[in-house]
Write a protein that binds this ligand. Structure first.
Ligand code: GAR
Length: 209
């Protein structure tokens, strides 16, 4: 039996992507990884309630309550080390991580973004803004991307993408819902399994069955 990869999920909001990962772990779709902790940048994020409900250990590190970004990241790092994170999943995490933090977890951080990168991504493109921009541009197809996190916002290697058609009646809200349901909640758990399996196989002492 392979020892599972320890996944820590970073959140800031509703946590529907966190829920998709939890459900996929329960259904067996994610079999090579286990969620060992949740880190929230907001004390009021509903994602925290989801973690509580599932009995998943969680930590809230609020940027507002830290005297600097460095302190914020130090606290986050303390949590990821405490949980023994081997894979960090940014699931609606609204802070940009520093180069120092990223280098500490090189190729071990993945992110879900609600557009088909390289469209509508990078600084300023997050949450509903992304869908507003897609509608303003008039694209007929949009979607979601899961990618590795590097020093360039939304610039890391693409792991998976899924597309969806934009309909003339779509609003930013309806498009967000559609992209989440038809794209994000499918490709994020799938990527978690793929990368967890890769990490699990590379661990010393793990002998594939
Ligand atoms: C998701 O649509 C996610 O792709 C997006 O925020 C939402 C979080 O929803 N992330 C970004 O825009 C990051 N650039 P959730 O909290 O319900 O998972």
């Amino acid at each position: 039996m392979l020892e599972k990869t320890k996944i820590v999920v970073f959140v800031s909001g509703g946590g529907t992507n966190l829920q998709a990962i939890i459900d996929a772990a329960k259904s067996g779709l994610i079999k090579s990884g286990e969620i060992v902790g949740v880190v929230s940048s907001s004390p009021t994020a509903y994602a925290v309630e989801r973690a509580k409900k599932e009995g998943i250990p969680y930590t809230v590190v609020s940027l507002k309550e830290c005297s600097s970004r460095a302190e914020f990241e130090e606290k986050i790092l303390e949590s990821t080390e405490k949980y023994g994170a081997e894979l960090i999943v940014l699931a609606g995490f609204m802070s940009i991580l520093s180069a120092e933090f990223i280098s500490r977890y090189r190729d071990r951080i993945i992110n879900v973004h609600p557009s088909l990168i390289p469209s509508f991504c990078g600084k300023g493109y997050y949450g509903l803004n992304v869908h507003k921009a897609a509608l303003e541009y008039g694209v007929k197809v949009t979607g979601a991307t899961v990618h590795y996190v590097n020093e360039i916002p939304d610039g890391g290697k693409i792991i998976d993408q899924k597309s969806v058609r934009v309909s003339p009646s779509d609003t930013p809200e309806s498009l967000q819902k559609k992209v989440m349901q038809k794209c994000e909640w499918i490709i994020l758990p799938r990527a978690c399994e793929k990368i967890s399996a890769m990490i699990a196989k590379s661990k010393k002492g793990n002998i594939a069955k």
